[in-house]
Design a protein around this ligand. Structure first.
Ligand code: PLZ
Length: 443
């Protein structure tokens, strides 16, 4: 670890401490109220599995800045690569005078993403921007308009991606009208689907609706998160993704995997579709790709990606040289440090802990996820109805004790565990124990 942030939880003050309180006052008078924060503490530095705040409190990081710092905060190779790049040049604009880093990232993505067909990549800044561009590319390539998305989906906050995102509060309320030609199909949600709805039947249910309500020959793209993120870490039943991909192939639509949250080693493979043996036509990455520097990508079949007219894709900052240098260092770190394997170990530890908790506490309705992307869904055991208040109370307990725990889910009743892969077992175990205490305390 390049940074010397001690790898232990430490509460120097009650949370938030005085320096954070002061900064929060400044935030309130300078930053839009529309930008909310999960915790009222301000970060000073972070590394490994710890975020240290401005009062010297050290928090256990079970969120990775929403699945971004997968290789750890200020990971040594990333710091070094960015430092070298920042001294060489900070920006020229790839569309003006290109540079090698962008091309090297595209080459790496071709190598790492599923399928051995020829591929091309275009780079952008945010997940939302890349999802929008995947839709643009799919529309140009197919000459069709319709985009199919799913219940519980999250694809971003721009106008088109708000239309694609399912949840009203806080993402969409009052922000419409939304982009047209976006259609929502039912998701495979094993915990909440009726008994006997396996992946194949769930896919049939979705496809029947798409064919009847949209029309098979109207669909440019089916866009799906292989493991849904904000929607509640929903892992579709086996075969669901493959059946959708197969339907796309048969009907001239593109299968687009939004791997913004599930990609880049998070689930123990480079991309989550690999668990299902699915090869997407287009794959969207962001978040974990560059260790915290803003970078996103659309990677896809060469003939699709090259069907766009020259100049049709781009943006001032897309594939910024600092972000590209960081991405190359992230890839090197995942490979050199065996982090895919580490994600699988984390899965074992987190799932094991949560399952044994579930055996003693029926308010944990479901434990699910893959790799270092695991969640517990809280319910009222009598009715099975979502218990958002419980998830909120458990998260609040964790926050007060110095554990960064995030909620998610359509009903806000899911706590998700997204630790950096650089976290130690000790910190992970301690963080989970504090979450368990929060559950016990919320009776
Ligand atoms: N697609 C699957 O998870 C971002 C959003 C947090 P951006 N998810 C975190 C928030 O409240 O804004 C996300 C995602 C999936 C797309 C996106 C959008 O990525 O980089 O936030 O634009």
């Amino acid at each position: 670890m390049s940074s010397n942030v001690p790898q232990s939880r430490h509460l120097a003050t009650p949370l938030p401490g005085p320096a954070s309180v002061e900064l929060m006052k400044r935030k309130h008078s300078a930053v839009s109220a529309g930008v909310a924060t999960t915790m009222p503490v301000f970060a000073a530095r972070a590394a490994g599995g710890i975020v240290e705040d401005v009062d010297g409190n050290r928090l256990i990081d079970l969120g990775s800045g929403i699945a971004v710092t997968t290789v750890g905060n200020s990971a040594p190779r990333v710091v070094e690569a960015v430092r070298e790049q920042v001294e060489a040049f900070t920006h020229t604009c790839f569309m003006v005078t290109p540079y090698e880093g962008y091309v090297a990232v595209a080459e790496k993505l071709a190598e790492l993403s599923p399928g051995d067909h020829e591929k091309r990549t275009a780079l952008f800044n945010s997940g939302s921007e890349a999802v929008e561009n995947a839709v643009k590319i799919a529309r140009v390539h197919t000459g069709r308009d319709a985009v199919v998305v799913f219940d519980h989906a999250y694809h971003g906050r721009t106008n088109l991606t708000m239309a694609m995102t399912a949840k009203n509060m806080p993402y969409k309320k009052g922000f419409g009208p939304f982009a047209g030609e976006v259609y929502r199909a039912p998701m495979s949600y094993p915990f909440r689907d009726a008994e006997g709805i396996d992946g194949k039947l769930a896919a049939e249910r979705a496809i029947d609706l798409i064919q009847a309500q949209v029309g098979a020959d109207q669909v440019a793209a089916v866009v799906i998160e292989p493991v849904q993120g904000e929607g509640g870490f929903i892992v579709p039943a086996p075969g669901f993704l493959a059946a959708l991909a197969e339907w796309c192939r048969a009907n001239g639509a593109l299968f687009v995997a939004d791997e913004v949250q599930s990609g880049f080693g998070r689930t123990g493979t480079w991309f989550a579709v690999e668990h299902e043996g699915v090869v997407p036509d287009l794959l969207v990455s962001a978040k974990g790709i560059a260790g915290g520097l803003p970078l996103s990508a659309v990677t896809g079949r060469a003939e699709i990606m090259d069907s766009v007219h020259g100049g049709g894709l781009g943006g001032t900052y897309g594939g910024n040289p600092l972000a590209c240098a960081a991405a190359l260092a992230v890839i090197e770190t995942i490979e050199a440090d065996g982090l895919l394997e580490r994600a699988r170990q984390i899965e074992e530890l987190v799932v094991g802990t949560l399952r044994s908790l579930q055996q003693r506490d029926p308010r944990i309705g479901d434990v699910r996820g893959r790799g270092a992307m695991i969640a517990a869904e809280f319910v009222d055991p009598a009715t099975g109805r979502p218990d958002g208040a419980l998830a909120k109370a458990v998260a609040a307990h964790a926050h007060a004790q110095g554990v960064i725990a995030l909620t998610c889910g359509t009903w806000g009743n899911v706590i998700r565990f997204l630790p950096p892969l650089s976290i130690s077992d000790e910190l992970l175990i301690e963080g989970l124990a504090i979450v368990a205490d929060g559950l016990a305390a919320s009776r």
